[in-house]
Design a protein around this ligand. Structure first.
Ligand code: ATP
Length: 354
């Protein structure tokens, strides 16, 4: 179990800067998810932590010990990949035992570890089965079990759910969530899927173009994105943005078609170029309420969890609002909406929160 520190780590592939001067700590015994769009540098960062890639500059520390040039086999790391790494033509138990045979453990210890890990992953009933008989979600659980049973200090997961059949995905995600809550290892998990990150992470490191844009707990990064990018990337749908042509700044007050009254912002008002509001930050009613403004429903669709997603127009400004099922069913044509001041975020020209 180690804290992992990256200090000024950069990685260049020729002229391409895959990682730009990253300084960042991954706390021990917790789950850190590296999240971001394709090509942002997640896998490169993970490979550097694993010792599979050398940084162009910068250092990696496991606690206080520098690991930058320590070979992978001496880092005591487990790795789970997109496709399950298992031995076909053998039983599940044998698959879980094999990595332990080179660890000089007693037969009893091996059996104990295999039984424990099978129980943790809910695959005890399959121990005698041949791996070839199982679906690929269960095979991925076996691949996870093989790494967990070795008891490495750090376990890296590189998009382990991405290539699993849609039917097995949910069960595997649920199983990993349960597993992570019981493991003491430092877990680093790479994904481009924000729902997976929100479900599994203790902290999310949100990456873009080789940099970490924000590193926070899932709820913090969702509620207080430090950039428009974070507001857009986290959430389904992402945050609504109201760009400057729909904003009126008068002195220190900010107004838009979303509000009946402008919001006093103090001296920061001059910096604001964009407003951000989450879909659930817009309160919708079918009758006029104090301070509400009217909006037109352009479309409505049933979203996850039975809630309705409305596409609303305020003149030329369009935003998405989320409403409970019972209300969404009744709404048609025009609605009345309010947005509490605390549900509005403000961003500057560079897309950073102000
Ligand atoms: P994905 O989700 O698509 O795997 P990622 O966020 O993991 O993306 P990386 O695989 O780390 O991104 O790649 C970051 C950038 O570095 C990309 O532009 C990629 O093409 C480039 N890259 C990665 N490995 C190499 C390599 N060995 N040689 C050249 N370029 C590379």
């Amino acid at each position: 179990m180690n804290d992992i520190h990256l200090k000024n780590v950069s990685k260049h592939f020729g002229s391409l800067k895959a990682l730009n001067d990253i300084t960042f700590t991954i706390p021990k015994s917790s789950v850190t998810v590296l999240l971001g769009p394709s090509g942002c540098g997640k896998t490169t960062m993970m490979r550097i932590i694993a010792g599979l890639e050398e940084p162009t500059s910068g250092q990696v520390f496991f606690d206080d010990l520098e690991a930058t040039n320590v070979p992978t086999r001496r880092r005591n790391i487990g790795m789970v990949f997109q496709y399950p790494v298992i031995y076909k033509g053998t039983s599940v138990r044998r698959n879980l035992e094999l990595p332990l045979l080179s660890e000089k453990l007693s037969k009893d210890e091996i059996t104990k570890r295999v039984d424990e890990v099978a129980e943790l992953l809910g695959i005890t009933e399959h121990l005698k089965a041949q791996v070839d008989e199982l679906d690929n979600g269960t095979r991925q659980k076996i691949a996870v079990g093989r790494e967990v049973a070795r008891q490495p200090r750090i376990i890296l997961f590189d998009e382990p759910i991405t290539n699993i059949d849609i039917t097995a995905k949910l069960e595997l995600k649920r199983s990993l969530k349960e597993l992570f809550s019981r493991l003491k290892q430092t877990i680093i998990y790479v994904t481009h899927d924000q729902t997976e990150a929100m479900t599994l992470a203790d902290q999310i490191a949100l990456m873009k173009d080789g940099s970490i844009m924000q590193c926070d707990s899932p709820s913090e990064i969702y509620k207080n994105p430090k950039s428009e990018f974070a507001g857009w990337f986290l959430g389904n749908p992402g945050m609504n943005f109201v760009v400057d042509k729909f904003i009126n700044v008068k002195g220190n007050d900010i107004g838009s078609a979303l509000f009946s009254q402008s919001i006093p912002l103090g001296a920061k008002a001059a910096q604001v170029k964009t407003l951000g509001v989450r879909a659930e930050g817009i309160s919708v009613s079918n009758s006029q309420t104090p301070g509400s403004v009217s909006a037109r429903i352009l479309s409505k669709s049933l979203g996850t969890g039975g809630q309705y997603l409305l596409n609303l127009a305020y003149g030329d400004l369009t935003v998405k609002a989320r409403v409970p099922h019972y209300l969404g069913r009744q709404l048609e044509n025009n609605v009345w909406t309010t947005v509490a001041n605390e549900n509005v975020m403000f961003f500057d020209d560079a897309g950073n929160a102000v």
